[in-house]
Each structure stands twice: as structure tokens, then as C-alpha cells.
Design a protein around this ligand. Structure first.
Ligand SMILES: Cc1cc2nc3c(=O)[nH]c(=O)nc-3n(C[C@H](O)[C@H](O)[C@H](O)COP(=O)(O)OP(=O)(O)OC[C@H]3O[C@@H](n4cnc5c(N)ncnc54)[C@H](O)[C@@H]3O)c2cc1C
Length: 761
């Protein structure tokens, strides 16, 4: 989480988590710029380090060893991480357009999205070939290929299209690994054929003849069939056709050819080169927009052409960080001076590598060990993140070096000055109307006065035969992404309505936002309320009003009204459990410990991403399915944790429960976090409830035990269902989008014991 001690004055948006941005982000983190908010947007959470990718394919490295965890890096840098895709720029309004969510503003922007393989230009390539980028897709296809090869009975040909260093390295790495796999399984490695096709006259055209000759020999010895002047013009299932009419068998085709810039750059109006890469000057700045920088493969360096290689992308990182900082401070930029000759260490897959630098080339196992040492040292910078001192309040924003105009300086000073309470703490009307003016809450006939015709208060009708269900929830933000926070907060508030089996009708919002520049406050509100309204609308719940005030921290809550049959049919209360019922849980647990770890930069980005996906998953369909399967009692899991909520059900039901620890659905990483001793600050209060456990001593050492007390945000539904319908109910819930649903225990008649809950393995 970013510190809200100081207002956000400037937004730096980093588009793409490539090599240059990870280096730049780390540097900006080591010396934070007061008042600067950094947002990193990337389609990958784990971004690969290209130098080690072939080693991963060869099986020398694990997935985590070759990937930089952007979620964790961003948390360390105090930056906001958006796991999403940039689809364009609205340069007139300085906004980055994102797929499936509101655009975000920038004051300064940097692009480092890599290159895009040109699969579209070749007939059938998009459908039948596997491009190495984006890497997440490549990895899935690679893992699938590994599985396929393990089950191999007949001959199988892998074709690699592209004769640059990437193609050659990938072909050799894949061959090494796949042959090993077959050998381990007692199958003949000779079932595998490898073919390498390149349009050029030679392999490795940018390397010296000695290096080329070495690779030609290795490929020959390894029986990889190399075909030069073989430009693939068509990819069909099982077959490749070249421009000159030759055909090649290819059961799997890897596409590592010349790449181009991404399609979305075309609509930005920025100058692009003939391959669609964005032009940058010696400062890595676009010549036609001083607010936009670019680095890595996506940048076309105007002073002189550079090879598309990770080496350059990495080296651009420090220059980029320096110039982004200088641009924000209004200081003159400094040129980036790329090296004339650069060292390429190209592996042959079998822990052997060839070094190539200008006219020099040499090879050996020791070269691989040297490369391994260099690569691991680079990666350690992103895995062993130093502890950072919290930003000092004395680094107050107006004292920062960021360039502000007179009006912005006034607003910044006002934001950190002593603020009024009472109605003086309301957010200004013009900010509110601009931020909320475009929200489109769902229209309902029973909402007589709502946001479509704002008044002092909303007026809603309770339809005949219906009763109203009221609930309220409110909490402060635990993530830096206001759009996602809005979604989670709304979903959390709706949880009580669904747990009762009611239909959501209307909601009023209460929010606090930290003071700051008007434009930033407006955007914060817009992002947060857009997320919230999307969730409310999807549930058929109309946002009818609200109140926004200033506060130290961003916080959001809702009073939600739901409707239910006044005869109370279909209501799922906590007290209806019956002996013999099966206990079901619809979502995995662990959000408390995961976000406590996130706050300490100790959680993996993909754990947090999965937890957030679980938090925004609505309980609406789950509630319906539980009712259809005769659920006898239900509640939603929130702050008191699984045990706390279970006891809230067993007590009024007058029953006991058996909870099967091994059956609990758990979020990825939850056990790792509690094992590391990281728990939520609410956990100690919840742990007091252990007195409800009959046999806790036998399980206290089980790493899953602390998760019984883990507070949940927007958790799943905990319900009891008649035993004869439980299996059906679990299947229906899993099919409806709750894949982790599990039967986690049983309800029994109340015993004489004071403790109602018994644990089992
Ligand atoms: C098999 C192989 C091996 C290689 N080995 C080497 C090597 O040993 N040494 C070397 O120097 N080079 C190597 N290269 C080249 C190297 O991979 C690239 O030059 C390098 O990855 C470019 O880095 P980058 O920082 O420009 O972008 P990338 O590393 O490609 O990162 C870009 C990031 O931006 C994300 N992104 C893309 N589009 C969007 C979007 N619209 N919105 C948000 N995020 C987006 C991507 O998902 C990705 O995470 C190899 C290439 C291949 C294919």
C-alpha cells in the first residue's frame, strides 16, 4: 500500500513489466519521489527474465527461478500493480486505456511491452503455431507439449521457425529436455525429430562467423535439421509450407521469428518505425510527445538500430529511471548510450554455452556456469528485496521536486494542511459530480427516487408480499487499486444479503478519500465507484445514494437493502442446522494471512491475484443453488473466520459440528504465509474462540490449523445441506463457477461437551 501521509501529485504509469521497467521500478523504489504514484500495468504477474528462459525449458531452473514477481516488486516499490492489458492511449486526456476496466490517468508514461511475434501475417500461424510471446501462453503450451511428449508412442516432429539466437536456443533447450523426459520414461528419445527453419541465408545473422559455425556443428551433432532460405508461408495442422513450395512435418510449431510492435500502438498517433515499434530519441523519449517514454524491444532507438535483446532492455532500465525522474522534476534529460559490442551468452541446452561479442567467440561448460552466475545475480535483485525505511512525513509533498503549477501547489498545500471536520470534511461538490456523474446504477421499478433524480434521500418501495432485509458493511482499503477495492467492498457488503437467501434491491454508499489534488481525488472516486457499481449492477442492486468525506485512508462501505418473501420462505438463517447435515464451503479461505503477507511484501503476486479473484466472485449464484438444494442454514464468511462463523451457526441451531481440516479449500499461498508466522491483525481476537474446539491440542501443529481463525474479506458461503443432497449440491456449485466448493464437515446432535466443534484430519 502506498502511504497516504502525503497526497498524490503526479502519476507515472509503466505500461508492461518488461526488463527495463523492472530495473527502473527497483531504482525508483530505492529513492522514492515524494508525491509520485507509480502504477505498473502488465498482462503477466510473473514476468520472465529472458536470459534464463531457455534454462527453464531445459529443466535447469524452476518457474519461480526465471520469473520476476511483479506483484511483489510493485508492493516493495510502493507502486500500484494492475494485472491487466493496455489497449490504447487517450493522449489528449492523458489516460491509459485498459481492457475491461476504467482508463487510468498519467502525467508521465513509459512503455516496455516487448515485441509481438508476427503470427498474423502468415496463413495458419495464429491458429497452429505457438509464439514465444506472450510468455504466459507459451508456458501453458510448453507444459502441454511436455505432457504430450511423455505419452508419445510414434514419431513426433517439433519445428522451430526462426533462426535468431532465440530460435536456436529454444530448439536446443527443448530438444535436450524432451529427450531427457523420454529417457526417464524408458522410451526412445529418437521418437523426436527437430527441424529449424529460417528465412535468412544463415542462422544467427547478427553473430560472427565463428559463433555461427559452432552452432551449426552443435545442431548437426544433435541431429536438428536446419533449413535456411525457408520462409514459412503457411502453417497447417501437422505441416509447414515454405514460400518456395517445400513442405515439412511439424506436429508442434514454435514461432520465434522477427517480431513487430503491438497493434494498439497504431492508434496512439505516436511515430512508429516500419515494424510498428515506437520511435524514441537518445533520451528514450518519444520525439512527438515529451510525456511518453519507451524502452526495450518495443522501442525503436532513432540514433541507431539496436538488436531486440534482453541485454539492451536491461541496460535501458537505469537510463529510463533517471530520465523519468528528471522529467518529473523538470530537469534536463540525459542521453542513453548503448554499448557498441555486447556479450551474448547463448546456451546449447545441455549446461554448455557459447559466448559471442563482436568478432570474438568462445564456448564451454564453464561459459554456462558463468552465465548461470550472472543471471542468478541479476535475479537476486528482485527476489532478495532490501527492507525499506517507511517514507518520512517530513518528505511532505510540496517540498518535493515534482513540477507543479500554481493551482496544483495551492491544492497540495491545502491537502496536507489541517483539515476541517464535520460537514467541512465533505468532498467538494464539483469533484463529486464529475467523478460520479457518469455512473449508471441499474434502474429498478421499485426505486422511486434514486441517483437518476438525486434528492435529500432515496425513496424505495417494498413490493407487496415482500419484507426488507438490511445490512451494512464498511472497511478501509487493503489494496492500492481503487477499482478492485470498489468491487471487493461491494461484493463483501452484498454477502449478507445472499447468505440470507434474499434478493438485493438498493444500496447507499459511504466512502472516505484522502485529500489531494482535485484531479487525483476525482479519479480515485471514479475508479472505486465504477468498480462498486459494476458489482452492484450485476447483482441487480441499484446504488441510490451515498456520502463521501475526507479521511486519512481510502475506505468504502454500503448499507444494502434486500427483499425476501414476507412469509420468510426461502430465508436461510444461521440457526437451522440439523444433525446429519453436511457442511459446505463455497470459496477457499486465507485472505487474512495473504493480505497481511502482502503488506510485508512477503506474498507472491499470483497468490494475491488469485485471492482477489476469489473476493470479487459473487455469492449470488451460490446462494440460489444452496436454496435449491434445501440448505438448512447459511452464512457468509467474513471477519470472524471459519470457526467464528461456524460457532455462530451451531449455537442457535443447538447442534455440534465436526470440521475436517484436510477438506478445507485453501487459497494458494495461505499455508505458506501462516507457516512464515504471518497472520492478520484480527487473528488474535479470533483465536480466543479456540475454546469452542473440543480437541484443538491434537491439531495445533497442523499448518492449516491457524486458518480456522483467519478473517475473510468477501468470503464464501458456509452452509449446511441435507446429507442426501450434499454431493449434488457440491457438483452444482462447482459447475456454477465455485470450483473450490467442498464438503468440509458434518453436523451432529448436541453432546454434553461444552465445546461444540470437533476437528478431524
Ligand atoms: C527463447 C528466447 C530466448 C531469448 N534469450 C535471450 C537472451 O539470452 N539474452 C537476451 O538478451 N535476449 C534474449 N531474448 C530476447 C529477449 O527475450 C527480448 O529481447 C526481451 O524479452 C525484451 O524485453 P522487454 O523488456 O522489451 O520486454 P518483455 O520481456 O517482452 O516484457 C514485456 C512485458 O510487457 C507485457 N505486455 C505486453 N503487452 C502488454 C500490454 N498491452 N499491456 C500490459 N502489458 C503488456 C508482457 O506480457 C511482458 O510481461 C530471447 C528471446 C527468446 C524468444
Amino acid at each position: 500500500m502506498q502511504s497516504h501521509e502525503q497526497p498524490v501529485l503526479r502519476d507515472l504509469v509503466l505500461v508492461g513489466g518488461g526488463h527495463s521497467h523492472v530495473v527502473a521500478l527497483r531504482m525508483l523504489a530505492m529513492q522514492p519521489e515524494p508525491g509520485l504514484r507509480i502504477t505498473l500495468v502488465c498482462t503477466d504477474i510473473d514476468t520472465p527474465y529472458s536470459g534464463m528462459l531457455p534454462g527453464y525449458v531445459s529443466g535447469h531452473y524452476s518457474f519461480d527461478e526465471v520469473h520476476i514477481d511483479l506483484g511483489r516488486l510493485a508492493a516493495f516499490a510502493g507502486a500500484r500493480f494492475i494485472h491487466g492489458e493496455v489497449t490504447g492511449l487517450d493522449r489528449a486526456n492523458q489516460r491509459v486505456l485498459l481492457k475491461g476496466r476504467p482508463a487510468i490517468p498519467y502525467d508521465l508514461l513509459s512503455i516496455n511491452t516487448g515485441s509481438t511475434p508476427k503470427v498474423r501475417q502468415v496463413d495458419g500461424a495464429q491458429a497452429h503455431a505457438v509464439p514465444v510471446k506472450p510468455i504466459a501462453h507459451f508456458n501453458q503450451r510448453w507444459l502441454a507439449l511436455l505432457e504430450r511428449v511423455r505419452g508419445l508412442r510414434d514419431r513426433f516432429t517439433v519445428a522451430v521457425v526462426g533462426g535468431g539466437a532465440g530460435g536456436v536456443e529454444l530448439a536446443l533447450s527443448m530438444q535436450y529436455r524432451l529427450r531427457q523426459e523420454l529417457q526417464v520414461l524408458g522410451k526412445s528419445p529418437d521418437l523426436l525429430q527437430f527441424v529449424l527453419l529460417t528465412a535468412g541465408d544463415t542462422l544467427l545473422p547478427t553473430h560472427n562467423p565463428g559463433v555461427r559455425a559452432r552452432f551449426a556443428r552443435v545442431l548437426r551433432e544433435r541431429r536438428v535439421a536446419v533449413h535456411t532460405r525457408a520462409e514459412v508461408s503457411q502453417v497447417s495442422p501437422g505441416c509447414l509450407t515454405t514460400q518456395d513450395g517445400r513442405t515439412f512435418d511439424a506436429d508442434e510449431t514454435m514461432w520465434v521469428t522477427q517480431a513487430g510492435g503491438p497493434a494498439w500502438l497504431q492508434g496512439t498517433g505516436l511515430a512508429l518505425d516500419e515494424h510498428g515499434f515506437v520511435c524514441v530519441n537518445e533520451y528514450l523519449q518519444t520525439p512527438d510527445d515529451p510525456k511518453i517514454f519507451a524502452a526495450g524491444d518495443v522501442a525503436s532507438f532513432l540514433p541507431r538500430p539496436l538488436e531486440k535483446a534482453g541485454v539492451f532492455a536491461v541496460r535501458m532500465g537505469p537510463a529510463l529511471a533517471r530520465n523519468l525522474r528528471r522529467a518529473l522534476r523538470g530537469q534536463p534529460l540525459q542521453p542513453y548510450r548503448p554499448q557498441k559490442h555486447w556479450l551474448a551468452l547463448i546456451s546449447t541446452g545441455d549446461r554448455h554455452a557459447v559466448a559471442s561479442r563482436g568478432p570474438i567467440g568462445f564456448a564451454g561448460d564453464w561459459v554456462w556456469r558463468w552465465k548461470d552466475h550472472i543471471d542468478r545475480r541479476f535475479m537476486r535483485k528482485f527476489t532478495e528485496l532490501p527492507a525499506m525505511a517507511p517514507a518520512s512525513p517530513s518528505q511532505a509533498a510540496p517540498a518535493s521536486g515534482l513540477v507543479l503549477n500554481a493551482e496544483e501547489s495551492r491544492q497540495a498545500i491545502s491537502a496536507i494542511a489541517m483539515r476541517c471536520g464535520g460537514c467541512g470534511a465533505k468532498v467538494g461538490a464539483s469533484i463529486l459530480s464529475r467523478a460520479l456523474g457518469n455512473l449508471q446504477p441499474v434502474q429498478r421499478d421499485d426505486v422511486l427516487i434514486g441517483l437518476h433524480a438525486p434528492d435529500d434521500a432515496a425513496v424505495v418501495r417494498v413490493p407487496p408480499g415482500m419484507a426488507m432485509v438490511h445490512t451494512v458493511d464498511f472497511f478501509r482499503s487493503f489494496i492500492d487499486d481503487p477499482y478492485l477495492f470498489g468491487q471487493v467492498a461491494a461484493n463483501h457488503a452484498l454477502g449478507d444479503i445472499f447468505a440470507m437467501g434474499a434478493e438485493p434491491q438498493s444500496a447507499t454508499a459511504i466512502a472516505t478519500v484522502p485529500p489531494g489534488l482535485e484531479a487525483k481525488v476525482e479519479d480515485l472516486l471514479l475508479q472505486m465507484m465504477t468498480g462498486a457499481v459494476e458489482v452492484l449492477n450485476a447483482a441487480g442492486c441499484s446504488l441510490v445514494g451515498g456520502h463521501t468525506g475526507e479521511g486519512r485512508e481510502l475506505a468504502l462501505g454500503f448499507a444494502v437493502n434486500g427483499l425476501i418473501d414476507e412469509r420468510m420462505t426461502g430465508v436461510m438463517r444461521k440457526g437451522g442446522m440439523r444433525p446429519g447435515d453436511v457442511l459446505l464451503l463455497t470459496k477457499p479461505i486465507g485472505t487474512g494471512t495473504l493480505f497481511a503477507a502482502h503488506a510485508r511484501h512477503a506474498a507472491k503476486g499470483r497468490w494475491i491475484d488469485a485471492a482477489l479473484k476469489s473476493m470479487v466472485l459473487s455469492n449470488q449464484a451460490g446462494s440460489q443453488i444452496l436454496r435449491e438444494h434445501g440448505a438448512t442454514a447459511c452464512t457468509d464468511l467474513t471477519g470472524f473466520g471459519l470457526l467464528g462463523h461456524l460457532v455462530e451457526m451451531t449455537r442457535p441451531s443447538g447442534v455440534d459440528a465436526e470440521l475436517q481440516l484436510g477438506a478445507l479449500p485453501l487459497l494458494d499461498g495461505a499455508v505458506d504465509c501462516v507457516k512464515a508466522g504471518i497472520v492478520s491483525s484480527l487473528q488474535p481476537a479470533n483465536v480466543r474462540l479456540r475454546r469452542a474446539l473440543r480437541n484443538a491440542e491434537a491439531f495445533v501443529d497442523d499448518p492449516r490449523y491457524p486458518l480456522l481463525f483467519d478473517p475473510q474479506t468477501a468470503g464464501g458461503l458456509l452452509a449446511s445441506v441435507p446429507a442426501d443432497r450434499a454431493a449434488d449440491c457440491v457438483r452444482a456449485l462447482q459447475a456454477a463457477g465455485y470450483p473450490h466448493t467442498a464438503a468440509i464437515g458434518r453436523i451432529s446432535a448436541a453432546s454434553d461437551a461444552l465445546e461444540p466443534v470437533m476437528l478431524s484430519a
